[in-house]
Design a protein around this ligand. Sequence first.
Ligand code: DCP
Ligand code: CA
Length: 406
Amino acid sequence: MARSILHIDLDAFFVSVEQALNPELKDKPVVVGGRPDKRGVVASASYEARGFGLHAGMPLATACRLCPQATFIEGSFPKYREASQRFMAILADFSPYLEPVGLDEAYLDATGFESIYGSIRQMAMDIKRRIKTELGLCASVGIASCKVVAKVASELSKPDGLLEVAAGKELSFLAPLPIAKLPGIGRKTEQILNSLGIDTIPKLSMMPLDALKSHFGASGELLHRYANGIDDRQVEPPAAAKSISRETTFGKDTRDRSLLSATLGYLSERVGATLRQRDRRACCVTLKLRYADFTTITRRHTLGQATDADQTIFNTGQKLLKQALSQERQPVRLIGIGVSNLVEPGRQLDMLDTSVQRLEQLNRAIDRIRNKYGFTAIQTGRTLLLKEIFPENESGYTLQTPSLSR
Ligand code: DCP
Ligand code: CA
C-alpha cells in the first residue's frame, strides 16, 4: 500500500509570529533579522516584502534599499521557540508518527488515516485550520507517498497552500520543475549539473547513477533517487531521552559530608533545570557513587508523585546518600544524580497541594532569572560551599568534569 506522508511547513515563520502578536504588522512588508543599519541579513521576509524582491539571506542594507517602507524587526528566539512547540503539539494530535525538522517544519505519516478524517486532504485542511485559529499562522502542506515529494509539494504550494500528489504521479509531478526545487540541490550542485547539461529533473533522473556518483560521491545516489521520486526514508519520531543525569569526580577523594551534599545540591539543580526545560517530570531518582577503589554503586528511589523540583530531587538524593555512606567507609571519588521514568506533566493531580504549586512557581522563577542572567545569578544555600572551592562563571561552576558546565 502506498504511504500517505504529509510535509507541513509554516509560511514566513519568524515574521508570521511577529504579525500574529502585533496585528498592525499584518499584510505589510515585514523583515525579521535586524534593523536596516545593522550588518546582518534577512532571516525571514513576509510575502508582501518578497513582492519587492526581498528574501532570506539578503543583506539588510539591500533589503532596505529595495523596500524602505518595510518594518525591520530584530526578532526574539524564545517567541519562535514557543510558537514552534505549540505547532508541534497540534501536529502530534493528528498522528503519533511525527518527525519535527527544525522549528517550523515536520513530516507526519498518516498512512491509513483516511477512515478517521474522511480523506488525507481533509486531515490536512483540519491541520491548517487549527494552526490558523490557535496560532494565527499559515501552514503549507504537501501530501505524497514519500518524504521528498511531499516536501517539494508543500514548497510549491506556498503560501497558505495544500498540494496532494497522487501515488504513481510522482514523476510527472516532478518533471516540469527546475532541478533546484529538489531538496539537497544547492547553488553549487546546480551549477555543476548545469555544466553537465542537466537543467531539468527528467534529465537528472535519466543520468547514469555511476556518473552522478563520480561527481557527487554518496549524495549522487540520493540525487538519483530523488529525481526519480523514490524515497523510502521513514517518518521517524525523535528518540525521547529516557533519563537525565549529571555527575562529577572530585579533585581529591572526600569524606566531607558538606562538600558531598553541596555538590549533590548543585547537580540536582542542573538535572531539575534540564527536566523543566524539556517539560518532563520524573518518577525515579538515582544516586551514583564511586568510591576510592573505583567500586561504583547506584541507589534508586521511586517517588510517590512525579516531580520536576530541584528540592525533591535533592532531598531524595540526600537520603540515599546518607544510607549509602552509613554502609561504606571509603572516601568518595565521584558523585552523580539522575532521574528516570520521565512522564509528561499532563493533568495536575496535585493542583490542590499548595506546597507543590509554590515549589513549581519558585523553580520557574529561578529558571527565568538564570536564563537571563546566568546560572550562578541565583545560588541556593545548599550549594554555597561550592563557591569557595570551584571557579564559577555565568553558566555555572566549573567542576572537575567539564561536561557539567552544561
Ligand atoms: N531562518 C533563519 N536563517 C535562515 C533560514 C531560516 O534564521 N538562513 C529562520 C527564519 C525562518 C525560519 O527559520 O522564518 C524558517 O525558515 P524557512 O526557510 O522555512 O523560511 P520561512 O518560514 O521564513 O519562509 P517560507 O514561507 O518560505 O517557509
Ligand atoms: Ca517555513
